[in-house]
Design a protein around this ligand. Structure first.
Ligand code: S3P
Length: 168
């Protein structure tokens, strides 16, 4: 069976839903951000702070290549990963891409206390979310299937993803 790849903005539930899907499908779960942190032996926020975003994106690209080579896994890709065309291609070739979506208000609520998200650690995170979403929307829309998670529980999102996986 193909890999399942979850993409979408920060705070849309990729990690929690991904873990649930992995359990349901009896696949291993791969979190790209965790791969990056262990490769670099540094937290994502420190990589952004000390080595800056272009370096992070380079390491992310390597992590995507490595993860996409694996078989029978559910991959949760960091929110910016699919903005890179080569990353999108590598992920697409390895399986089914499902995008989790949410409104800026939901994202703000879900990410509010998380200083671990360097891109949202700015004076006006709502504006930042809106601007990034607008820029990223066309890439997110290239996914095979999207789920709006605003009013759904983790279980409900996972169930919708499972329905799509079964008909794919
Ligand atoms: C990022 C999302 C984060 C992480 C990094 C950059 C982004 O992952 O990769 O902070 O550009 O949207 P999550 O979407 O898993 O929070």
């Amino acid at each position: 069976m193909k890999n399942i790849i979850l993409v979408g903005f920060m705070g849309t539930g990729k990690s929690v839903v991904g873990k649930k899907l992995a359990a349901k499908l009896d696949k291993d779960f791969v979190e790209l951000d965790d791969m990056i942190e262990s490769k670099e032996k540094m937290a994502i926020k420190d990589i952004f702070e000390k080595k800056l975003e272009p370096y992070f994106r380079q390491v992310e690209k390597e992590a995507v290549k490595e993860a996409a080579k694996r078989k029978n896994v559910v991959i949760s890709a960091g929110g910016g990963a699919v903005m890179d065309e080569e990353n999108f291609k590598n992920l697409k070739n390895s399986g089914i891409i499902i995008c989790l979506k949410a409104s800026p208000d939901t994202i703000l609520k879900r990410t509010k206390n998380l200083k671990t998200r360097p891109l949202l650690n700015v004076p006006d995170p709502k504006k930042q979310i809106e601007e990034l979403l607008k820029k990223r929307e066309p890439c997110y829309n290239k996914a095979d299937f999207s789920i709006n998670t605003d009013d759904l529980t983790i279980e409900q999102v996972a169930a919708r993803a499972m329905d799509f996986i079964h008909i794919s």
